[in-house]
Design a binder for this molecule. Structure first.
Ligand code: NI
Length: 256
């Protein structure tokens, strides 16, 4: 069975058919899905999906694109959503220097604050790092009590080494299949299998040969096939190991 460790079924792209698509997952070998939150306004829909589908889990957090100065109301909201038994992580949080929509100092402050909250709540984090590798590592390093996953990993082998050193998992998605993405393939070669999880980040980042289309967990098999090729093993081995890894990462069944 497959664990899609990062998806956004509350996205507008799924407004018409999220329920239908999700209902078709178990028969297509997708056994668990982490639906990641980007803004607190998404939480009602995320919880609705968690209630409806036993195999869907959620996270709560503020994506760097929506980062704001940390305050008591955000803190209270994150804590109350995190108390739900299906909310298993704080995320997605991090830094995005590609779009730079929010000033970097505010992104950093918001990231740092949510790492502290994750520490306090004893939850793993889902880190979004886009073109901000050094600052992400520096801030994550200041919270050694917290681990989680670097989602949609786009760093080098050297960066992977540092992320692993902090105790994090590394998630590979559609970009692993993109042509000329030598750096990510090199990183995937380097990361031991017991620290890898797979994801779609759907509706975004559909893998080759579906690139450009609306992504869904149905297409995660292309990422799994690519990983199997890189690791010189078969699809089933990758599916099983990444499933177990994601269960460990999100402590499925272990939330107090
Ligand atoms: Ni995402």
């Amino acid at each position: 069975m497959i664990f899609d460790s990062h998806a956004h079924y509350n996205d507008d792209a799924f407004a018409a058919d999220a329920d239908e698509i999700l209902a078709s997952m178990p028969e297509n070998n997708v056994g668990r899905i982490m639906n990641a939150c980007a803004a607190l306004g998404e939480m009602d829909r995320i919880l609705e999906l968690c209630r409806k589908f036993p195999f869907v889990y959620g996270s709560v957090g503020i994506h760097p694109e929506y980062a704001e100065k940390p305050g008591s109301s955000a803190e209270a909201a994150i804590k109350s959503f995190a108390a739900d038994e299906k909310i298993l992580a704080v995320g997605e949080i991090g830094l995005d220097y590609h779009y730079d929509e929010v000033p970097r100092d505010i992104q950093k402050e918001c990231f740092d604050f949510q790492l502290s909250l994750a520490g306090e709540l004893n939850l793993p984090v889902i880190i979004h790092d886009r073109e901000a590798h050094k600052d992400c590592l520096d801030i994550a390093s200041a919270h050694r009590e917290v681990t989680g996953v670097f989602h949609c990993f786009s760093g080098s082998r050297e960066m992977a080494r540092e992320v692993l050193g902090l105790g994090y998992y590394i998630a590979f998605g559609g970009s692993l299949t993109f042509k000329n993405n030598v750096k990510t393939v090199e990183a995937a070669k380097y990361v031991p299998l017991d620290r890898i999880v797979v994801e779609t980040d759907c509706p975004y980042l559909a893998p080759v040969p579906m690139r450009g289309k609306r992504n869904s967990s149905h297409y995660i098999r292309y990422v799994i096939d690519k990983l199997a090729e890189i690791k010189n093993t078969d699809r089933e081995t990758i599916e099983n190991i990444t499933f177990e890894n994601a269960e460990r990462l999100f402590r499925i069944g272990g939330k107090i």
